[in-house]
Design a protein around this ligand. Structure first.
Ligand SMILES: *[C@@H]1O[C@H](CO)[C@@H](O)[C@H](O)[C@H]1NC(C)=O
Ligand SMILES: *[C@@H]1O[C@H](CO)[C@@H](O)[C@H](O)[C@H]1NC(C)=O
Length: 204
């Protein structure tokens, strides 16, 4: 008989005007190495990154015998469908003394995935630990040991747009502004499902 384990899905898109990192998950002291240079836990960094595609993304603390689930088919977005978010969410589960899914399970509902990269620009004052960019595909899992060995590798953070007076970048800038506006418009119309809080799931 299959063990019945209670799985938990994280809320994404609890509607909020201010985009903020929200989490009540806290890491055990043993996992301090997972924190970034600004002492932010992987749960906080994950929440900040996942919040880029939603208006906010709450990473709720995991009760015993639960773990974070990847995105649903309906709500899968680029912020979730990448190995960086997967690694951070896996680390977030692990640092609470819980388990985490395999990469293939996490990304099962993703139409496309970004591997070893995060597809969106990183917001100011968000620092993504270097270990979050490590390979998870080869072994189909977040490798905690490898991550720890790479605890002090260079972080990724906000890259200021280049300042230039030539014509081409201006066009690009205008283009990217248009895209930003379109993205904002889309983000401001979340589905009713995206507005609700936390999902619970009981797969057997
Ligand atoms: C994959 O697993 C092998 C055997 O456990 C390990 O030596 C290797 O470092 C792992 N690679 C990654 C990228 O996790
Ligand atoms: C990372 O840096 C901290 C603080 O300097 C140090 O204690 C730790 O051993 C380092 N970890 C690795 C894997 O180099």
């Amino acid at each position: 008989m299959v063990t019945r384990s209670l799985l938990m899905v994280v809320a994404f898109g609890s509607f909020c005007i201010i985009r903020a990192q929200t989490t009540d998950a806290s890491c055990l002291p043993f996992y301090q190495w997972m924190a970034n240079s600004h002492k932010k836990s992987p749960c906080e960094v994950a929440s900040a990154l996942l919040g880029i595609c939603a208006d906010s993304y709450n990473v709720a603390a995991l009760p015993p015998n639960t773990h974070y689930l990847g995105p649903t088919l309906k709500l899968a977005n680029p912020c979730q469908c990448n190995t960086v978010a997967y690694s951070l969410m896996s680390a977030c589960g692990s640092c609470q003394g819980r388990t985490f899914d395999s990469w293939s399970t996490w990304s099962a509902n993703c139409a496309s995935v970004s591997v070893n990269s995060f597809p969106e620009p990183i917001p100011t004052s968000v620092y993504v630990p270097g270990w979050a960019y490590l390979d998870v595909k080869t072994n189909d899992t977040f490798n905690e040991l490898l991550a720890k060995q790479n605890a002090n590798t260079t972080e990724s953070t906000f890259i200021p747009p280049p300042t230039s007076t030539s014509t081409k970048p201006t066009i690009l800038l205008l283009l990217s502004k248009t895209l930003q506006i379109r993205r904002v418009t889309r983000a401001q119309m979340p589905s009713s499902e995206a507005l609700s809080g936390v999902w619970w799931d009981y797969p057997y």
